[in-house]
Unconditional design. Structure first.
Length: 563
């Protein structure tokens, strides 16, 4: 059954709620969702679940989904982040059409809503310091204490708020708070801040504003202004829902969306905190937000992941009402499953050693047929060249092999993939290091692959590259960024203590098929017996081929975790 067919049969608690609303003709039978990222970093794999959910629900129920940037904190937001988020959503295959919005689109209306609360006696300007506000707020087990400025008159509050907007006060000198209940067991209802002074240039509005709405204030009202019916949020906003509802109930908004929470997607062997990911970027632990080791969507894309694998993973991982951690092995399984059918098979030698086939004619070159993908016959075959000198992997030869070593060794035979059976007759070594420099072999011309007379069997088959026309390449072997499943769980240790020192290994003397010079960035390839790879989209060029290992053919971590 195809994924598109599965999707419409899902019956989680969010879909149950939407189906009930539709049955009762709530919202006039409409479904309108939104994906509301803050443009203060790149999207990571956890956001893929929210994107898949919000855009998917709209598609499933014949509704609409908006893309809205909640850009209420100019000090942390950048156009770079806005552009990367748009690119990631498009890469996943979703389209917001003409419904691109920003919270900053509504700054004037949000200001008017704040004035409305002041006039209703439900908001006031507080002049306590940040430390005093924290002290007055109380604790989860002790009620808060009302600010001495809580009972300012409406006129005084309007005057102060207008002066805040005019820039007459310093950052932190005043703040606008909703007047709710300082004794509420829900800390979010203890007169929460809804506007603060922040004299910073905004990436869209420039210096027009020096006061900005808090996220909790902007979020619900922006939903209402866009006619959102179902505001799908992650679980950390569950305790914010009473505030979300209180604000909508006390303002003259056009509608009252329903907030529904689900547990965010967490992934083993990684961290999902934007703050921690930014630390890795700033400390140059990684090369940037799109480093192929990062759990960002741009990092996954550059590494060679497919959007289909990401979406299949988030569907399989699912979501619930309680926090959980998804096993990264499931993501890797989804990727292997997808690439198995899409990746072009090619041969590449990452740690080369030369073979000279002594009885093969010196000036002869022949073309052999190679299968592009055994899982898809429509991908056809390609021609590869064969000559007297070839390269094989160093690990495919041993002078003193252990039992059950079925690759090349002195006096032993092995089949070359798509070619002939060869036998090692001697080796040449470096006089200083003792390393094998050249392996001398002979071949059996009657054993050419695909020919009727090639029925003779040997136990081992290895890949190779023609030394006469191969292309040099750099290969980057990427692995998991951390060595333990939950790198940020130990509160007594910094998460960077668990960084994997082998998360990136660079090989500079690799040999690949000449046809790969014409490949495009991010083309999906399987280096036979080595794993799935793609051409790096940033560092590879006509003068230097750079390949990223997307994933090994098998899960090498499964054995480690069992030890």
């Amino acid at each position: 059954m195809k994924n598109t067919e599965k999707k419409y049969q899902l019956n989680d608690f969010i879909r149950q709620k939407i189906r009930t609303d539709l049955k009762e003709n709530k919202n006039n039978g409409k479904v309108h969702t939104r994906f509301p990222p803050e443009p203060n970093g790149y999207l990571h794999i956890g956001h893929a679940l929210s994107i898949w959910l919000n855009f998917g629900l709209a598609e499933e129920f014949n509704g609409k989904c908006n893309l809205r940037f909640d850009d209420t904190n100019p000090e942390k937001e950048e156009v770079e982040y806005v552009d990367s988020i748009k690119e990631d959503i498009k890469w996943l295959g979703y389209n917001w059409e003409d419904r691109l919005y920003y919270a900053s689109d509504y700054f004037e209306q949000l200001y008017s809503y704040a004035v409305e609360l002041i006039k209703k006696g439900k908001a006031y300007v507080d002049s306590l310091t940040a430390d005093e506000i924290k002290k007055y707020r109380g604790t989860p087990t002790e009620p808060g204490k009302e600010s001495p400025h809580r009972n300012r008159t409406v006129e005084e509050n309007l005057n102060l708020f207008e002066k805040m907007r005019a820039g007459e006060f310093k950052d932190g000198e005043h703040i606008l708070r909703a007047k709710i209940d300082m004794s509420s067991p829900n800390m979010n209802l203890r007169d929460p801040a809804i506007y603060r002074i922040k004299k910073a240039t905004h990436h869209r509005t420039g210096d027009k504003w020096c006061i900005y709405p808090m996220y909790d204030f902007a979020h619900g009202q922006s939903d209402a202004l866009e006619g959102i019916t179902h505001s799908i949020c992650t679980l950390e906003f569950e305790n914010h829902r009473p505030l979300y509802d209180w604000l909508l109930d006390n303002l003259s908004v056009p509608c009252h969306p329903q907030q529904i929470e689900f547990a965010r997607l967490n992934l083993s062997y990684t961290v999902m905190s934007k703050r921690k990911l930014l630390t890795l970027v700033q400390n140059k632990t990684v090369s940037g937000w799109d480093d192929p080791r990062m759990p960002t969507l741009s990092g996954f894309r550059r590494r060679g992941y497919t959007s289909e694998a990401i979406k299949n993973f988030v569907e399989k991982a699912g979501f619930a009402k309680r926090e959980n951690v998804s096993d990264i092995s499931l993501l890797e399984h989804c990727l292997r499953e997808d690439l198995n059918y899409k990746a072009l098979r090619v041969m590449a030698v990452l740690n080369p050693v030369k073979i000279i086939i002594e009885n093969y004619p010196e000036n002869k070159t022949e073309e052999l047929d190679a299968i592009n993908n055994p899982e898809d016959e429509t991908m056809g075959k390609r021609k590869i060249s064969f000559s007297r000198e070839i390269f094989i992997e160093k690990e495919d030869f041993m002078e003193e092999p252990p039992k059950k070593f079925f690759r090349l060794s002195p006096g032993n035979e092995v089949r070359l993939r798509y070619a002939y059976i060869i036998k090692c007759v001697s080796v040449e070594k470096d006089k200083n290091t003792g390393d094998v420099k050249v392996i001398n072999c002979v071949y059996d011309p009657e054993t050419k692959s695909g020919m009727p007379q090639s029925s003779r069997k040997v136990k081992g088959t290895i890949h190779w590259i023609n030394a006469n026309d191969c292309v040099d390449a750099e290969v980057r072997l990427y692995d998991r960024l951390f060595t333990i499943e939950h790198p940020d769980k130990d509160k007594e240790k910094d998460f960077t203590e668990f960084l994997n020192p082998d998360s990136l290994i660079v090989l500079n003397n690799c040999k690949v098929e000449p046809s790969l010079k014409d490949s495009n960035p991010l083309d999906k390839l399987q280096f036979e017996r080595r794993g799935y790879f793609c051409i790096d989209s940033k560092d590879s060029n006509k003068d230097k081929l750079v390949f990223n290992r997307t994933i090994p053919l098998r899960d090498s971590w499964a054995k480690i975790s069992k030890q």
